[in-house]
Design a protein around this ligand. Structure first.
Ligand SMILES: [Zn+2]
Length: 406
C-alpha cells in the first residue's frame, strides 16, 4: 500500500490520465509544503507548467481542501500575488518510535507540528503479536483522543532498532514473528500504509529535515543509547546500502580477543562502548564498593539504568564521568575510521547518551585530536543533537512525507 492523500482517490480517468494528473498535483503540493507558502508564479517557475494549467490545478487542490488561501504576498513588480499554503488539518501523519525499553507514539499535522506525543517507559520490546496488538491499541487510542479518523491519516512512519529491509517491509531483528513482514502486518491492522526503517537512519533523516544536519551535505548521525547505531547522510541523501543494512557501526571489530557480542561475533565496538556497557561497568563497580552518587541510588533499591547514569554525569559524578571517558576512547577510535573513510562535515551524537552534552563531546574530540589525521578531522564538527529523544520521530515524519510527495 503506497501512502497517498485523500484527494488522490477522487481523481478519475484512464490510468495514464490519472497518473499524469496526480503527478501534476503532487508537484504543486510538494512545492507548497516545502516552502510553507507559494504563489502561482512561484509554482510555475518550480514546476515548469504553464500559468493557466497551474491556476486550474491550484483551484482543484483548493476544492479538495488540501491547499488553503493564505492571503496576499509582497509584490515583486505589479499586482501583489495570492499565496497558498497546505491545510495543516487536511490529513495527519502518525509517528512511532520503537526502542528496546520505551515506545513513543506521535501525531503530526501537515505543517510538521507535533500535535500529540505519548511516551511509554519500561515498555520492553518483545517478539510477539501481543506487543504489536498493544501498539495498535495505543495508536488507535491516540487517534480517538485527537478526534482523527483512520482515513485522515496519510500514513504511519515507524522507526525500529536492528536490521530492516525497507523495500520489502521486513524487520529481521525485532518483531520478526509476522510472516508477511511487519509493514504488511501493521498496514492491515491499521488500514493505512506504514513506512518503516531502522532507528539510526530515522534519526539521521530527522536531523537532515529538522535538526543540525539541515543545511549540511555529509553528516554521520550516531544513536548512542543501549547500543550504537549509525545513520549516514552522503551528498544530502540517506545512504542505506544494497539491502538497507548500512551503518552497523556497533558491530565493527575492535578487539579480536574481546567479549562475545549478542550478534554472535567477538570484540565488536558495542562490547566495549555502549550505554548498556556503561551501565554494566558502573553497576559492577558499585557492587564492589565504588563510591558514586549512584551508590545511594542503588541502596534505595532502584535499578541503575542509562537514565540514572546520565543524570549522575550531569550532576558531576566523578566515577560515572570517568567511566564515560574510558568508553569514549573506543567510540572515538571507531569514529576516526569513519572520518578517514567518509570525510564528514559533521558528526551528530544522538540517543539517550547525547543528553550529557559536553561530557561526551569533549572526550571524543580529544581522541579525534590524538588519532585522526588533522587535515581531515579538523573539518569535522562533533555536536550533540538538539532533537534528542524526538530525532527518530521527526525522521518518521520526514520519511512519510518524502514518500507521499515522491
Ligand atoms: Zn556485534
Amino acid at each position: 500500500m503506497r501512502p497517498e492523500f485523500k484527494y488522490e482517490k477522487e481523481v478519475t480517468g484512464t490510468a495514464n490520465a490519472r497518473k499524469r494528473k496526480l503527478g501534476q498535483y503532487r508537484k504543486i503540493v510538494s512545492n507548497v509544503y516545502n516552502n510553507k507558502n507559494a504563489s502561482i508564479a512561484e509554482i510555475v517557475s518550480y514546476s515548469k507548467m504553464s500559468q493557466p494549467l497551474v491556476a486550474s490545478l491550484v483551484d482543484d487542490l483548493l476544492g479538495f481542501g488540501v491547499l488553503l488561501d493564505n492571503g496576499i504576498g509582497e509584490s515583486i513588480g505589479g499586482r501583489r500575488p495570492n499565496l497558498y499554503c497546505i491545510n495543516p488539518e487536511y490529513q495527519y501523519v502518525v509517528g512511532v518510535d520503537i526502542n528496546l525499553h520505551t515506545l513513543t507514539i506521535a501525531l503530526f499535522d501537515l505543517n510538521n507540528q507535533l500535535i500529540c506525543r505519548e511516551e511509554f517507559k519500561s515498555y520492553d520490546l518483545e517478539n510477539s503479536s501481543a506487543y504489536t496488538d498493544s501498539l495498535v491499541d495505543k495508536v488507535n487510542g491516540m487517534l480517538v483522543k485527537m478526534n482523527v479518523a483512520s482515513t485522515d491519516v496519510v500514513a504511519m512512519g515507524l522507526s525500529i532498532p536492528g536490521l530492516v529491509d525497507t523495500e520489502n517491509g521486513i524487520s529481521f531483528t525485532h518483531l520478526s514473528f509476522a510472516k508477511e513482514g511487519l509493514k504488511a502486518y501493521l498496514s492491515k491492522a491499521f488500514g493505512f500504509s506504514v513506512i518503516m526503517d531502522n532507528d539510526a537512519r530515522m534519526m539521521a533523516l530527522g536531523e537532515k529535515a529538522f535538526g543540525k544536519a539541515k543545511d549540511k551535505k555529509d553528516v554521520l548521525c550516531l544513536n548512542l543509547s543501549n547500543g550504537i547505531g549509525l545513520g549516514i547522510i552522503l551528498n544530502s541523501k540517506l545512504y542505506s546500502g544494497k539491502n538497507g543494512f548500512a551503518g552497523e557501526f556497533g558491530h565493527i571489530l575492535i578487539d579480536p580477543d574481546g567479549d562475545l557480542c549478542y550478534c554472535g561475533k567477538i570484540g565488536c565496538l558495542e562490547t566495549l562502548t555502549s550505554g548498556a556497557i556503561l551501565v554494566k561497568n558502573i553497576t559492577e563497580a558499585i557492587d564492589k564498593g565504588q563510591p558514586s552518587l549512584l551508590t545511594e541510588y542503588k541502596a534505595e533499591g532502584k535499578e541503575i539504568d542509562l537514565r540514572a547514569v546520565v543524570k549522575a554525569i550531569l550532576e558531576g559524578d566523578q566515577f560515572a564521568i570517568d567511566q564515560l571517558n574510558k568508553m569514549s576512547e573506543y567510540l572515538g577510535k571507531g569514529l576516526v575510521t569513519l572520518i578517514h573513510l567518509l570525510n564528514p562535515e559533521m558528526i551528530i551524537l544522538g540517543g539517550r547518551l547525547a543528553h550529557v552534552g559536553k561530557y561526551i563531546v569533549d572526550p571524543v574530540n580529544m581522541v579525534l585530536n590524538k588519532y585522526a589525521m588533522d587535515r581531515i578531522s579538523s573539518e569535522t564538527e562533533v555536536v550533540c543533537s538538539d532533537l534528542l529523544d524526538d530525532a527518530a520521530l521527526m525522521g518518521t515524519l520526514s520519511n512519510v512525507m518524502k514518500d507521499v510527495l515522491k
